[in-house]
Design a protein. Structure first.
Length: 102
């Protein structure tokens, strides 16, 4: 089972006006060659397909695309590969944010 994490500034003092904006994420991830932005995530199973609208920054890891979802001023990611942990820490550090499980 994957662990879900959020990258947030809500743990910081005076966090009221410190949400991570979509524009900030778009600027940050556009400088990363292994990320692409998309407004819909599609998951295909053996018997069905599900699509979710939103703001997704997709990390290309081999053949897999791993979504970082921007939602209400935070980024969410499910850790499905151990390679995600240092990347998640790097992103949180560069965005001056914290990582919280859940």
């Amino acid at each position: 089972m994957n662990q879900r994490f959020r990258i947030t500034r809500s743990m910081q003092p005076n966090a009221g006006d410190q949400e991570i904006s979509l524009e900030e994420c778009q600027q940050y991830f556009s400088s990363k060659a292994d990320f692409i932005y998309q407004t819909e995530l599609t998951v295909r199973g053996e018997e069905s397909t599900m699509s979710v609208e939103g703001d997704f920054f997709m990390w290309k890891h081999g053949e897999a695309l791993i979504p970082f979802r921007h939602y209400m001023g935070e980024l969410y990611v499910a850790v499905s590969h151990q390679e995600l942990v240092p990347l998640m820490i790097e992103i949180a550090t560069n965005l001056r944010a914290d990582i919280v499980e859940g």
